[in-house]
Write a protein that binds this ligand. Sequence first.
Ligand SMILES: Nc1nc2c(ncn2[C@@H]2O[C@H](COP(=O)(O)OP(=O)(O)OP(=O)(O)O)[C@@H](O)[C@H]2O)c(=O)[nH]1
Ligand SMILES: [Mg+2]
Ligand SMILES: [Zn+2]
Length: 356
Amino acid sequence: MKIESLGWKAANDKDFEEFRKQGFIPARIIRETRHIYEADAGSGAVQAQVSGRFIFESESRADYPTIGDWVACRDGGGILIIEELLPRKSRFSRKEAGVLTEEQIIAANIDYLCIVCGLDGGRNFSLRGIERYLSMAREGGASPVIVLNKCDIAEDRAKAVSEARNIAGNAQVFAVSALTGEGVDELLNKFDPFSTIAFSGPSGVGKSALVNSLLGSGYMRTGTQREDDLRGRHTTTHKELVVLRNGVMLIDTPGLRELQLWGGQESLDSSFSEIAQAALNCRFSDCSHQGEPGCAVVKLVESGAITEARYKNYLDMKSELAYLESRLSEKGHLDRKKKEKDLSRLVKLYARDHKK
Ligand SMILES: Nc1nc2c(ncn2[C@@H]2O[C@H](COP(=O)(O)OP(=O)(O)OP(=O)(O)O)[C@@H](O)[C@H]2O)c(=O)[nH]1
Ligand SMILES: [Mg+2]
Ligand SMILES: [Zn+2]
């Protein structure tokens, strides 16, 4: 398979010239399990690892390659040594789960993010959850697509589709079944050859089952769900990129327990555009839309144009992002202090060594 089949464009060659002069070759990360990689430089999957210098120069987890990334490599005798990460065109990220205030990139260089839900009556179809994914997809520069899987066992498919459409904005909504194959070709036909799409969503919604349905074989391992609450069992533990029959590249990712937000407050405006629009008419320019007089947003809620639940989700997401912002500026302050301290230590050492 040529590297062009993995999405490498002629324009990339020009940007890569500098690296090529240093003897590096471009490759795409096609499999990732924590920091263990496989990359493809055009002749199939090869084990890959970052160089010592790469580790030394990396400051955060987001500096490391992830699935979908393009990297500049050198041949390390049977394995590829990753020397540089090429700039990302887009990314789908979340805040790292737990106390760390760090960005976790779920997939890089994707054109479309498929938000996969399951219409099986469990909590695998949540409008509030979809609103989060929509917001994060747009924040990272990927076009979102809503995929409602398991339509074969949906109680009321039409209702689910129409509810999803109401919050989708410009994102298309597809009802599919990995089990019967219904709707799967229509979904695949949406994407141009050489585009990259990623599946994300909670565990057990059928992301890997859809990959199998698209590849026409039992390629990915699929799991069962817990009987009591229909939650998935986190069957997929790695990320993988496969090339489909029409040349579309598809990334399957492990199910997420939660999608904590990452990014600026503006990321909300694109997914809650009717709220952002109304906010322009609030009496106070810094209106928090929580009871101030002359609030145009609350008026929309009272008129029924926005549901109470959507409004509440908007406020929750807004305050989550504000909290993130404050943690980040605190962290930036601490990082700066640490750097200053390191620097002054170096200066002292230098002065001591150069005395006399
Ligand atoms: N009825 C029905 N069941 C499905 C469909 N798609 C998937 N399933 C079932 O749902 C369960 C979970 O499917 P997976 O493909 O493992 O789910 P996943 O989203 O990849 O889950 P993680 O890898 O844990 O994130 C399996 O038992 C599948 O057989 C579907 O379209 N209809
Ligand atoms: Mg899976
Ligand atoms: Zn307001």
